[in-house]
Design a protein around this ligand. Sequence first.
Ligand SMILES: [Zn+2]
Length: 256
Amino acid sequence: MLNIQLINALSDNYIACIINAAQKKCVIVDPGEADPVFNFLNENHLSLSGILITHYHWDHTNGIEKLLQRLEVPVYGPAKEPVPGMTHLLNDGDVINLEKLGMRFNLMHIPGHTLGHIAYYNDDVVFTGDTLFTAGCGKIFGGTVDQMYNSLMRIVSLNEKTLVYCGHEYTTSNLKFALTVEPENHDIQQRIDQVSKLRQKNLPTVPAQLSLEKLTNPFLRCEVPSVKKAAENYAGKALSSPQEILGILRAWKNNL
Ligand SMILES: [Zn+2]
């Protein structure tokens, strides 16, 4: 199992830092800022070996140029998106083998939030950027609802013990929406209690296991009758496909 720490950045972004403690080396995911990364490296006596990018949005990439001014490291990112300093353009099915660090990640193209968005995953973890959030999903900016649905279904098909690392601390508001959709869902009520305890101590609610996401994340539960019914009530009409239901849930959350 990898040692992964989260670095706080901007107002609610997380930069995941994947550490090889024996070698005192690490790679980071989605540096929206450089200074918190420099501080973290200094405090923990780590050197940076690489940067992984999930999608091109500024709050995931804004730190790259400043990091590259002081450090010479490879930048891995989505082939279809403009990422500053990118040295390795990745497509669906690619594998990054960071042999010296003992790290290996598979690539999944997960369009929806943006058209080129990618996820990095192995047997234990998945870095989902702004596509799958803990208890929620990203807004659909670059892709279509159908693409977002397929991307979420691909992520959820991973081993259910997989830990989901996403790009933001949004769990509290996501669970509030989840409970609006499914007021009778006890797993959501329980998760709200756990999450509020963590947030009171200013601790991250990321990562979360996929198994918990399946029980509590409405965007992964479009085929559950109570979710379908809630979406139909909101839409004021019958909805026939899970893709349609996802589209209504996304619009509903956007309008809150
Ligand atoms: Zn984004």
